[in-house]
Ligand binder design. Sequence first.
Ligand SMILES: Nc1ncnc2c1ncn2[C@@H]1O[C@H](COP(=O)(O)OP(=O)(O)OP(=O)(O)O)[C@@H](O)[C@H]1O
Length: 408
Amino acid sequence: MTISCRINLQRAAFCLQADFELPVNSGVTVLFGRSGCGKTSLLRAIAGLEPETVGEIRVNGQSWLNGGQTMPVQHRSLGYVFQEASLFPHLNVRRNLLFGFQRIPDQRRRISPDELIALLQLESLLDRYPAELSGGQRQRIAIAAALLTNPDLLLMDEPLAALDNTSKGEILPYLNRLCSRFSLPIIYVTHSLEEAVVLGDQMLLMEAGQIIARGAISELLHRTELPGMQGETIPNLLDAVVEPAAESALQPDSQQDLEAGSMPHVTMRLKGTSQLLCVTPDRDWPLEEGEIREEVRLRIEARDLILSHHRLEGTSCENQLAVRIDKIAVESPQDDMLLQQAGACYRVTLSLAFSASDSLPDSVGSVTDAFVYPAQKLLLRLTQQQIHRMQLREGQDAWVLVNKISLL
Ligand SMILES: Nc1ncnc2c1ncn2[C@@H]1O[C@H](COP(=O)(O)OP(=O)(O)OP(=O)(O)O)[C@@H](O)[C@H]1O
């Protein structure tokens, strides 16, 4: 499945020009950008809700727009989730869920209502009416109803924006589960970098009606010259495979740990390398009981990293990674004068080394993996004083101590 979009939408004081392709299994593509940059307009144009749109849109081999030829909205195989959940007020949850499902042919029914109801834990809500639901519950139903139409593409326009932080926190893990369970391409509009990091695989970054950057979120987060990427906190995202290979699942080395009287822990190998991290699942790990994962995405905040020239012995920090310093960049170049002062901040980009010794081990990882998987990067913030004191230079080998790791 590929989605290709080359469109133009001209309004009196605004021009949208988008040209992008999303490959097979693209996962969640976050459409990110400042207010008014054209995110909703792009989503509406893809859905066929902006009749002035010209160009070409192809989804799953079907032409939705080709010059002047437009496929009507109701014939496009898409789901659309809005900021405010749109449910039929006179139908209970069960009938809202089944409304779209019952109107699609049998051969398109890949996602079953029972599975989705279980996944989103909707059982207790099925007999209620929309007026009897909280905002977060309503939005969960709206997302489920959109999915049950078994669309080729799901468009979500700030689906959490109208919710308070508690409801957002409740719904995010569900969204995460949906994204990993159904290999359905999703375009997800948000203002929130936090949501983008938690949910997204890749990002289309928009400004003034145009897509100015696209790529893996973990990479774009490090491009500080881009608008919206200068947040106070810098999340690093790393992909890992759970070890040991014999177990092939995210589960603690429990017997050993229980015997030792310690908390269970999980060992994982960072993709593209043979380096291991050891993690203790705790409340930051939103794992369901019995849930098993082989591949995980880890989140490490820049403030939880410490840089060192050497591997440290006798430290409480058990996770240390071999890295190479790729880039040392001043935090915001326009404030250069200010940044000459002591305390100015620099962003230091680190590439993970293949292994601690950079020699290829026999037992873990694979040489092929190192070539097919793009080098994973970490970013941390240092002051000019720290850089000077450590005499840091681009190209140097170093070690990074990792204080805290969360699982996405
Ligand atoms: N129906 C319309 N007619 C004319 N101009 C419009 C219309 N809808 C939006 N616009 C303009 O198009 C531009 C892009 O708006 P759009 O809603 O797509 O931005 P956005 O990035 O989604 O913003 P936000 O994040 O605030 O929702 C804005 O300048 C807006 O004023």
